[in-house]
Design a protein around this ligand. Structure first.
Ligand code: C2G
Length: 152
């Protein structure tokens, strides 16, 4: 049976919610999740489904929804994950997951201000110089570029 102290302290949890595709997980993703978690005591991550990503970007992620969920859930900063099926359901997700704070990268600055009536909305600066798109084009260039030979 939980003690009065533990019941009280769970009431004081600050629940952070964030969203993303998190395809080909990289340091920019890890940075935002670490900094999001540091704003509270419980981090919930909505991971976009393959179908939602296709609707958003016209692309299939390299990793499946199931794999992206598994990778994000394995990070030490992440307490809970769920599948984000629809951008339009964001308000419902925030209410369902009892968000105190919604965190997004500043590429989304201003886009989620309408949820300020449900929770605080915070945009954190993106990590410069890395993105899933850049990783994909780097891999493509490496695969089609000249063969690198080792100098003996
Ligand atoms: N991010 C970052 N720095 C980078 C790349 C990404 O801080 N160099 C952040 C983004 O700003 C976002 C999160 O990492 O907050 C996840 O990025 P994406 O996987 O690209 O997510 P996105 O496809 O933008 O999905 O409902 C909103 C969407 O699901 C967001």
């Amino acid at each position: 049976m939980p003690s009065i102290e533990s019941t009280t302290s769970s009431d004081h949890m600050t629940r952070i919610v964030t969203f993303g595709t998190f395809d080909l997980l990289h340091v920019g993703h890890v940075n935002i999740l670490r900094r999001a978690r540091a704003l509270g005591t419980h981090l919930v991550v909505g991971v976009s489904s393959d179908e939602l990503n296709f609707r958003k970007k016209g692309l299939q992620p390299a990793y499946s929804t199931e794999d992206r969920i598994g990778i994000v859930a394995a990070l030490r900063y992440v307490d809970e994950v769920f599948v984000e099926h629809s951008l339009e359901a964001k308000r419902d997700y925030l209410i369902e997951h009892r968000a105190d704070v919604l965190v997004m990268g500043d590429d989304w600055a201003g886009k989620f201000d309408e949820f300020n009536d449900v929770c605080r909305v915070v945009y954190l600066p993106r990590t410069e110089g890395i993105s899933t798109t850049e990783i994909k084009s780097h891999l493509k260039a490496a695969a089609t570029g000249p063969v690198r030979r080792r100098v003996a």
